[in-house]
Ligand binder design. Structure first.
Ligand code: SF4
Length: 88
């Protein structure tokens, strides 16, 4: 699947645990990455400080759905389902 232009859902919905320039604690879920441009593109594309999680992300229907809204919903649901347990 080709990454949808004008989306940026994967730069908003999920948390990123790796530090990013300007976000040393990583990115909280539901918060737009500070490197997401106004055109909803990655401002760190090709930069060595771009997190590995971002380099490794591949657009696919299970994450991206049929439109931006469904991508945000799917990625939020995955984020919640994969939260570390706090009962340990
Ligand atoms: S570093 Fe780039 S790809 Fe990763 S969340 Fe930020 S804008 Fe998105």
């Amino acid at each position: 699947m080709q990454c949808r232009t004008g989306c940026g859902a994967c730069c908003i919905a999920p948390s990123i645990r790796d530090p990013l320039p300007g976000m040393p604690e990583g990115k909280p879920a539901g918060v737009p990455c500070i490197h997401l441009t106004a055109e909803l593109r990655c401002g760190l594309w090709g930069h060595p400080d771009r997190p590995r999680a971002c380099d490794g992300f591949q657009a696919e229907p299970a994450f991206c759905g049929s439109d931006r809204r469904s991508a945000l919903e799917l990625l939020e649901a995955i984020e919640i389902a994969t939260l570390p347990s706090t009962r340990d």
